[in-house]
Design a protein around this ligand. Sequence first.
Ligand SMILES: [Zn+2]
Length: 271
Amino acid sequence: MLPHVSRRLLLSGEHAPRPHVGRSKVSAMSSSQSHLSALFTEAFRQLGRNRPVPEIEVRFYPYAGISHKIRLRSGRVYVRISDIFEKAPAEVHRALAYILVARLLGKRTPETHERVYRAHAYSPQVLRALDLARRQRGRKMVSSARGRVYDLDKLFQRLNRRYFDDEIEKPVLTWSQRRTRRILGHHDAAHDTIVISKTLDDREVPEWFVEYVLYHEMLHIKHPARLIKGRRRYHTNAFRAEEQRFPHYEEAQRWLEMVALKRHVPRARAA
Ligand SMILES: [Zn+2]
């Protein structure tokens, strides 16, 4: 998230009011994510024998069906779990961790875990949730990235190629439902989603500015929040340094201030 009253506020993260919306929800999610990472670590210890346990990042993803993915990239393991399993009981999460880690290591899945997982995946309650997700998602998810003026998918692809060596795994990209003015962009790590304010889907807004807001949110994927002195820090020094490499960075800062003035909002932000 990017508060943008002024550059000063931007740079003085320690004194700035906490910029993230939906804060309580986000932290609740992070605790369930760290619970999941712990299960994956456990599975790695058990199945990997003497291998060192890599860093593991677990996210929920709103797939249209039940689908989970695991992959190894530059020494880190990235896991995406269908969000239909977000509220699953702990033993189902554990079973899923073993199944996915076994898949990654090319090992046979332990039978008991297979059973626990299947019993849950085929339960009436999950099938119902799945049916609902299929109806609500699919087409709608794809088209919500395309605005009237700008196509977030296209902008994402271009930014990813130009500045990230295509290394950023594509999140869910969507325009906000409402025309949020204070928050111009937001990355929801728990659900691997970037939301861009619909106010930017406008011919009056230059393309490089929309790109800047999206670029900022993509940096949140590349630089996950870190705990520093007991506080969760989103805009680390590494984050800020890389943000300033955006070619239109200075112009973007001026534009942010102008937007804030024009809207008479004391504190407009790209989250
Ligand atoms: Zn930010």
